[in-house]
Write a protein that binds this ligand. Structure first.
Ligand code: SF4
Length: 357
């Protein structure tokens, strides 16, 4: 890239003046950068900020995190979504303490050997916290480079990824990889935004091919994803005579693993909702049920599917609930639900039922 040095300098000057003051930037230890990078996967900075502060306060270093109860880790993650991230983070903390004497590996290869750390996150942690010369390519950087070069290859294909990565490598400021990588990501987040890039305020506008062609909206080119799948599920609200509610914990290897929910299951095509719910409680809790009134319907979008969840009262059960598909069950008064790690979906369910958590 002929103009790489010019772009680097313009970007560095802009970042020095305009960067947001974020807690993980002000004190970029490997541990703090790691936590922030995992939280920032699929989640906006504004959402992450309070979670980051609470998490660091509860688990100020890798030893405290490794020794923590998994339910406590999930509890502080509740609402951020993509809970596998928290479970991997916890597992990786244990590995760092056991296998690395409490010090995160300092190279991308070493970091990638830990659970939940892929190539992007490994490069980000190593470069931002330790100045390792590796170019970071996230969604923001993809967009900036695709526009800068007016890239005619779809960026979400492997050929596109290779092209973007090699352009990012060529552009990398090897004297200060930490600031450079953060500047590229910051430019994509604050200036070169997906729908309304502020080209007039862009520090590298003079070097940008898409801008010269007046064609920013064409880039980045993307191959269309398959349509999102639809899913239907049912769940039951059962209260004991003392008012407590039956909750079940999802299996580790399932979506939202380790989190608690009103028990239920999938609704096979052609089945009635009530019989699907009765079967789910029989198969997953070994309970015979008398299903009552329909209480609520909740829509929730996961990354790969759109779920419609129908919730019914369970009027009566025969037997005691036995964990089987669900590894554990518990009874909680409504005012004690907040003590359990709940997914965003479960929070929506309780809100729809008029139960504050
Ligand atoms: S000039 Fe516009 S399109 Fe080009 S990098 Fe800057 S903000 Fe993005």
């Amino acid at each position: 890239m002929e103009n790489a040095a010019v772009i680097r300098d313009l970007l560095a000057a802009w970042y020095h003046l305009r960067r947001r003051r974020l807690p993980w930037r002000e004190d970029p230890t490997p541990y703090r950068v790691w936590i922030s990078e995992i939280m920032l996967q699929q989640t906006q900075v504004a959402t992450v900020l309070p979670y980051f502060d609470r998490f660091i306060e509860a688990f100020p270093n890798v030893y405290v995190l490794a020794a923590a109860d998994e339910q406590a880790v999930l509890g502080l993650w509740a609402g951020l979504g993509y809970y596998r991230r928290a479970r991997f983070l916890h597992a990786a903390a244990k590995a760092v303490v056991t296998d690395h004497r409490g010090v995160l590996p300092d190279t991308p290869d070493g970091l990638r050997a830990l659970p939940g750390i892929g190539p992007y996150t490994a490069n980000a942690i190593a470069s931002v916290s330790r100045g390792y010369p590796a170019a970071v390519v996230d969604g923001n950087v993809n967009r900036v480079i695709a526009r800068l070069l007016a890239l005619e290859t779809e960026v979400n294909t492997s050929a596109g990824q290779r092209l973007v990565q090699s352009a990012a490598d060529a552009l990398l400021d090897r004297a200060d990889p930490s600031s450079h990588n953060q500047a590229m990501m910051e430019l994509g987040a604050l200036v070169c935004s997906p729908r309304q890039p502020r080209c007039d305020a862009c520090p590298i506008a003079t070097e940008c091919t898409a801008r010269a062609l007046d064609a920013w909206s064409r880039y980045p080119l993307k191959r269309k994803k398959a349509a999102q799948k639809r899913a239907h599920e049912v769940a039951g609200l059962y209260r004991r005579h003392d008012g407590s509610i039956l909750l079940a914990q999802r299996p580790d290897d399932a979506l939202l693993g380790g989190l608690w929910e009103l028990p239920g299951g999938i609704m096979p095509r052609g089945d009635s909702r009530k019989s699907a719910l009765a079967r789910a409680w029989r198969e997953r809790l070994d309970l015979r049920t008398d299903i009552g009134a329909h209480r609520a319907c909740v829509e929730h979008v996961f990354s790969h599917r759109r779920l419609t969840l129908e919730i019914y009262d369970v009027r009566h059960v025969v037997g005691d609930p036995q964990p089987s598909w669900y590894p554990a069950i518990t009874w909680r008064q409504p005012d004690g639900l907040h003590q359990l790690p709940l997914s965003k979906l479960s929070r929506k369910v309780f809100a729809a039922l008029g139960i504050a958590v």
